[in-house]
Design a protein around this ligand. Structure first.
Ligand SMILES: Cc1cc2nc3c(=O)[nH]c(=O)nc-3n(C[C@H](O)[C@H](O)[C@H](O)COP(=O)(O)OP(=O)(O)OC[C@H]3O[C@@H](n4cnc5c(N)ncnc54)[C@H](O)[C@@H]3O)c2cc1C
Length: 378
């Protein structure tokens, strides 16, 4: 028996990519784990996302977040391979690079500057003139002035990844259950367990991975509530011929992500409108206007899907990872725009903390909000 097998059960609240990846990692290390969700597993932000793995193209200025995203990107292929082996489902990882296209002089100058900083950091990339950009992606508008291809990043099919994790967890005998009633129980010092429709279940550790809903999990003391707020994103999908667009591309104001099933995802809007997740005429018009400006030949393709999701946003756009003022109660939430990219890295950091007490970088701790004098609460 290893040390994880000897310990009490670990309960994870929320079955998005963050909760499921953590359950997968903990179970691999021998822990007893159960996951509870109030709704259908793997159907919230983790289903709605575009699945881009854009650690470099995102140009994250915040140093701890930059480092976290780059480590996440490096570890992603091995994680996908483990999930694929454990589930027999291929989440379609593509790391053939992300293209950023420029349609005006100012954007072109920014791409040139960006290419210089990538070169200085030793990150593989190709700066293309207009002709090179059109040769790489002929669907780009003819007024394109140039493009930057950042190698070794790309996308994963996040819906397939969710399904693969669920299949892997089923094979590993990890319970992933839906219960309308989920309430945590605490004593003055620590978390005691969770009450669901099946009754009380004691737990040594409870991890809140409830995404945009993390501050609203019932029964949690005020001092442990993370300042997470939903940020709505709308998306749409077009049906396109095979390889009509080959790379994930940023077109200035929107992005496109090709899927192997023939869909081209177009995203995304960003709005702070609470838990309103309606797909709106205005949001869809914004996406269509922008994508057809960057790639007008898409106009004739069928619009096959429209949806939205709620990103878990935080005041400083960093996730909130690790301990809270109540012993045994941990957070893994607030992944905002990068939760797909960060799911495996989050799982590994939380599992290290739980298994061996290896502390997570305090830059991601809940305590950073209290120290800054900001309110910790919903
Ligand atoms: C339009 C859009 C595009 C995006 N694109 C990308 C991208 O390209 N790349 C990227 O890396 N990230 C992207 N993201 C961000 C990414 O989707 C999120 O950061 C990530 O999915 C968060 O995962 P999660 O598991 O924390 O949350 P979720 O997937 O939202 O899961 C949270 C789960 O908690 C459950 N829950 C809620 N309340 C309770 C409760 N009280 N008890 C139990 N369970 C509860 C919910 O039902 C849900 O299943 C995008 C997001 C959106 C919306």
């Amino acid at each position: 028996m290893n040390s994880m097998e000897e310990r009490g059960e670990i309960v994870i609240i929320g079955a998005g990519l963050i909760g499921l990846s953590l359950a997968f990692e903990l179970r691999r290390r021998g822990a007893r784990v159960a996951v509870f969700d109030r709704f259908e597993p793997a159907k919230a932000a983790s289903w709605a996302a575009a699945g881009m793995l854009a650690a470099r193209t995102e140009e994250i200025a915040d140093e701890p977040m930059h480092a976290l995203c780059n480590e996440a990107l490096e570890g992603f292929p091995a994680f996908v391979e483990r999930v694929r082996e454990a589930s027999a489902i291929d989440p379609q990882l593509r790391l053939d690079g992300i293209v950023q296209a420029a349609f005006d002089e100012a954007s072109l100058a920014r791409l040139q500057e960006r290419a210089r900083s990538l070169a200085a950091a030793g990150i593989a990339h190709t700066l293309l003139d207009a002709r090179g950009a059109l040769a790489l992606e002929p669907a780009l508008a003819s007024n394109v002035l140039g493009a930057l291809l950042t190698h070794d990043e790309g996308s994963v099919d996040n819906r397939l990844l969710g399904r693969a994790l669920l299949a892997a967890l089923a094979r590993m005998h990890v319970q992933v259950a839906t219960s309308e009633e989920i309430e945590l129980e605490f004593d003055a010092r620590r978390v005691c367990g969770v009450r669901t429709r099946w009754g009380f279940r004691p737990a040594e550790i409870v991890v809140n991975a409830a995404g945009a809903w993390a501050p609203h999990v019932a029964g949690v003391p005020e001092v442990c509530r993370p300042p997470v707020e939903p940020v709505k994103g709308e998306m749409l999908a077009l049906a396109m011929p095979h390889d009509f667009i080959r790379h994930t591309m940023w077109l200035g104001g929107c992005y496109v992500v090709p899927r192997t099933d023939g869909r081209l995802l177009v995203g995304a809007t960003g709005e702070r409108v609470g838990f309103d997740h309606r797909v709106t005429a205005g949001g869809q018009r914004q996406l269509l206007d922008r994508v057809l400006q960057g790639a007008p030949s898409l106009a004739g393709f069928a619009l096959v899907e429209q949806w939205s999701g709620l990103r878990p946003g935080t005041p400083d756009e960093r996730p909130i990872l690790g301990p809270t003022p109540r012993e045994g109660y941990l957070l893994a939430t607030g992944h905002y725009r990068n939760g797909v990219l960060l799911c495996a890295q989050t799982a590994s950091l939380l599992a290290d903390e739980i298994e061996g007490g290896t502390p997570i970088d305090p830059a991601f701790a809940l305590a950073r909000f209290a120290e800054n004098g900001a309110a910790v609460g919903a």
